[in-house]
Design a protein around this ligand. Structure first.
Ligand SMILES: Cc1ncc(COP(=O)(O)O)c(C=O)c1O
Length: 435
C-alpha cells in the first residue's frame, strides 16, 4: 500500500499538515478527485492552467509528438522548438529576437538575468527587484524574490540583487495618498537604486498582478521602462503568471503598447497551460545581437524539450482558436465588477485589485477605515482557512495567501460557473467570523 501523505515531500506546506484528496481528472474549469467529487477551479491550480484541465488539443499534440520524437538535446535541432520560438516572437513583436527555453519560471528568471548581464558585459551586474515579489524558489530566484517567507534562506546581496519597495498603492510604502503618486515614488526609488549601483544590468519585475497580490498603478510600468532605458539598463518582465491572457493580453506589458516593451521577458505556466513543464526567456533583437557571438556557458539537459515545445505550439493555437485572450479581458471586467459589489456588501473586504483579465485580488482587513490587516503577513486568519475548506465542501477551490484571496480561473470558465463561484464566495464571506 503506497501513501502519498507519508512518502512524498510536498512543496509550500508543513508535511504533517498535508492531507489532500487525490486528483484523477478534469475538464474545462473543473477537476475531480478519486472519490468522484468535482471542484470548480478558481485559481487555475497555481495560476497556470489557463486553458483549463485536460485540454484535448494539448493532449493530442503531446501524444503525436511522443509518437515522432520524444527528445533531443539543444545540440540538435527540433521542429517544435523552432516553431514555438517563431510563434512567441510573433506574438510578442520581438522581431529579430531569440528564445531560450527552460523548464519553468524560476530558471527562466535566472537565465534572463544571465543574458542581461552577459549582454551588458557585467557578469555579476546588480539586478533591481522589489520587496514582496516572487520570482521562483531555486536559490538565485529566491534572491531575486523579495519574499519574506524565503529570504532567511538566501542573502540577496551575494547574488547581486537589490530590493526596492513595491508600488503597493493601497498601503503605499512611500506614504503617498494617490495611486499616481505611489507609482511615481516607486519609479523614482528604482531610479535611485540604479544610480547607487553603476554596475546595474537589469530591473526585473512583474508588469501586472502576481503572487504577492500587488497590482501596480497604471503609470508604474511605462515609468519603470523609461527609468531603465535612460540609464542603459535592461528591463526584464516576469510574465510567468501575467502572460498568456491572464491579464487580458498575450503579455501584460502589451497593455501599455511600445511604452511598456521590455528588453527581455520570462514565461512559463500558461505557455503550455501547465500540461507539461516549460519556461522561456524571450530576448529582444538588441539583446540577442549582443549575445550572438558570446559563448553561453549555461543550459539544462531538458531545455527546449520537443514534447513540451509541441504542447506550447498547440497552446498558442488554442488561445487563438478559442479567442481566450479577448475572453479573459471581457469576463475579467465582469468578474471585477461583481467583486466591487461584494466589497459593498462585506466590510471585511478592504481592497479589490486587478480586473485587466481573469485575475483579481481581494485584500481582507480587520477595519476598513484604518486598513488594519486581518492577520500579519503571511499568516492565514482562521476564518479565511475555514472559508477555503467550506468552499471545497461546496465544490469550489479558492487560492488564498495571507490576507489575500487570489482569483485566477481558467480562461475557459463559463459565465455560469463563474457566477456560481462568486455567489458561494458571497455567502461564505457573509457567514465568516472575521473578528
Ligand atoms: C511571477 C512568477 N515568477 C516566477 C515563478 C516561478 O515559476 P516556477 O514555479 O515555474 O519556477 C512564479 C510561480 O508562481 C511566478 O508567479
Amino acid at each position: 500500500m503506497t501513501s502519498e501523505r507519508e512518502q512524498v515531500l510536498h512543496s509550500w506546506c508543513v508535511q504533517a499538515d498535508w492531507d489532500a484528496p487525490t486528483i484523477v481528472g478534469g475538464e474545462g474549469a473543473r477537476f475531480r478527485d478519486d472519490r468522484g467529487r468535482e471542484y470548480l477551479d478558481m485559481s487555475s491550480l497555481a495560476e497556470c492552467m489557463n486553458l483549463g484541465h485536460q485540454h484535448p488539443a494539448l493532449i493530442q499534440a503531446i501524444q503525436e509528438q511522443a509518437g515522432k520524437l520524444c527528445f533531443t538535446t539543444a545540440a540538435w535541432g527540433a521542429g517544435p522548438r523552432a516553431e514555438l520560438a517563431a510563434r512567441l516572437l510573433e506574438k510578442s513583436g520581438f522581431e529579430g529576437g531569440r528564445v531560450f527555453f527552460t523548464l519553468g519560471g524560476a530558471d527562466a528568471n535566472e537565465h534572463a538575468v544571465k543574458f542581461a548581464r552577459l549582454a551588458l558585459g557585467h557578469p555579476r551586474g546588480t539586478i533591481v527587484t522589489r520587496h514582496r515579489s516572487y520570482h521562483g524558489a531555486t536559490y538565485a530566484a529566491m534572491a531575486l524574490s523579495g519574499d519574506s517567507r524565503t529570504l532567511a534562506q538566501v542573502d540577496p546581496t551575494r547574488h547581486g540583487v537589490v530590493h526596492v519597495p513595491p508600488p503597493y498603492a493601497y498601503r503605499c510604502p512611500f506614504g503617498t495618498p494617490t495611486e499616481e503618486a505611489c507609482a511615481q515614488a516607486a519609479v523614482h526609488s528604482v531610479g535611485a537604486a540604479l544610480d547607487a549601483h553603476p554596475d546595474a544590468a537589469a530591473v526585473l519585475m512583474e508588469p501586472d498582478a502576481g503572487t504577492n497580490g500587488i497590482v501596480a498603478p497604471e503609470a508604474f510600468w511605462p515609468g519603470l521602462r523609461a527609468e531603465a532605458r535612460r540609464r542603459g539598463v535592461y528591463l526584464i518582465a516576469d510574465e510567468v503568471m501575467s502572460g498568456f491572457g491572464r491579464c487580458g493580453e498575450w503579455f501584460a506589458w502589451q497593455r501599455h503598447g511600445e511604452a511598456g516593451r521590455p528588453d527581455l521577458m520570462t514565461l512559463a505556466k500558461g505557455l503550455t497551460g501547465a500540461h507539461i513543464p516549460l519556461g522561456a526567456v524571450v530576448l529582444s533583437a538588441e539583446v540577442a545581437k549582443k549575445v550572438e557571438h558570446q559563448m553561453l556557458y549555461t543550459g539544462l539537459t531538458y531545455c527546449g524539450h520537443p514534447l513540451a515545445c509541441a504542447a506550447g505550439v498547440a497552446a498558442i493555437q488554442a488561445y487563438e482558436d478559442e479567442g481566450l485572450i479577448e475572453r479573459s479581458r471581457s469576463l475579467g471586467a465582469a468578474m471585477f465588477q461583481e467583486l466591487q459589489a461584494l466589497k459593498e456588501r462585506h466590510p471585511v473586504i478592504g481592497d479589490v485589485r486587478g480586473g485587466h483579465g481573469l485575475f483579481a485580488v481581494i485584500e481582507l482587513v480587520r477595519d476598513r477605515a484604518t486598513r488594519e490587516a486581518l492577520s500579519a503577513w503571511p499568516s492565514l486568519h482562521p476564518a479565511l482557512q475555514r472559508l477555503v475548506e467550506e468552499a471545497r465542501e461546496g465544490g469550489v477551490s479558492f487560492a488564498v495567501r495571507g490576507n489575500l484571496i487570489l482569483l485566477a480561473p481558467p480562461l475557459v470558465i463559463t459565465e455560469a460557473e463563474l457566477g456560481r463561484a462568486l455567489a458561494l464566495l458571497d455567502r461564505l464571506l457573509a457567514n465568516g467570523t472575521w473578528a
